[in-house]
Design a protein around this ligand. Structure first.
Ligand SMILES: C[S@@+](CC[C@H](N)C(=O)[O-])C[C@H]1O[C@@H](n2cnc3c(N)ncnc32)[C@H](O)[C@@H]1O
Length: 223
């Protein structure tokens, strides 16, 4: 796995790109990013759920979740970038969903929430830039209630060796421009969550050949 960008640098990049992030991410992923968010929310979120969207960014996933949980549910948007969350707040106001939402800034490696406090914990593309994805995944697990769902979408390696070779070359170039790469790289956290006893209830590979994503939902075991 490629080493992550420094946390402060990453924060500054996301603050800076916040206003064109949605366009940029959709452009480089040919719109498959939004497909992943939709799949995840459809598979993981139910009406009335209390949901945490970790690394919520500009709120694309959280807004979908807020519609699905309905008036009796709640969605917390958590991100280290105040700039990204400011865009999310403006979008929420436009869609009149603020009452179902709460916004918090901080580091997802040390979530300021009690153990077992959410029905559903989501992370769409936010483990990709994180400097310690395994530790972040443990935090997602910790704050999910037993029997609750953890829904994750992240970049993964292309399946075919020659596409992987090409993707590596492209990434070498793109990584010279952090505002382009956004610090995102392929990660892998499902083996760790399986070790912790989680059971996969949904899994799909999506995305373009050079930049595939894996989208999956796991259920946290009950004691
Ligand atoms: C690629 S964006 C994904 C945003 C959003 N989830 C989406 O679907 O577009 C990655 C997000 O993770 C956030 N992030 C990265 N490292 C973080 C950390 N250690 N703690 C909290 N948020 C982090 C960034 O600020 C950014 O908003």
């Amino acid at each position: 796995m490629r080493a992550a960008l420094d946390k402060l640098k990453l924060n500054a990049i996301y603050d800076r790109v916040a206003h064109h992030y949605d366009f940029q991410h959709a452009f480089f992923t040919a719109g498959s990013d939004q497909r992943g968010r939709g799949l995840l929310v459809a598979a993981a979120v139910n009406a009335g759920d209390k949901v945490l969207d970790c690394g919520a960014g500009t709120g694309s996933t959280a807004l979908l979740a807020a519609k699905k949980v309905g008036q009796s549910g709640k969605v917390v948007l958590f991100d280290m970038s105040a700039g990204m969350l400011a865009v999310a707040k403006a979008r929420a106001a436009k869609e009149r969903l603020e009452e179902r939402l709460r916004f918090e800034t901080g580091d997802m490696l040390n979530l300021p929430f009690e153990d077992d406090s959410f029905d559903v914990v989501l992370s769409t593309y936010s483990l990709c830039p994180v400097y310690d994805p395994a530790k972040a995944a443990r935090e997602l697990y910790r704050v999910t209630r037993p029997g609750g769902r953890i829904g994750i979408a992240h970049s993964c390696q292309p399946a075919r060796p020659w596409v992987r070779w090409l993707a590596d070359r492209v990434e070498n170039v793109v990584w010279r421009f952090p505002a382009l790469s956004l610090g995102c790289r392929a990660v892998s956290v499902s083996p760790l969550l399986e070790q912790l006893g989680c059971v996969t209830t949904f899994k799909k590979r999506i995305g373009i050949p050079l930049w595939p994503f894996v989208v999956f939902v796991m259920e946290k075991p009950r004691p």
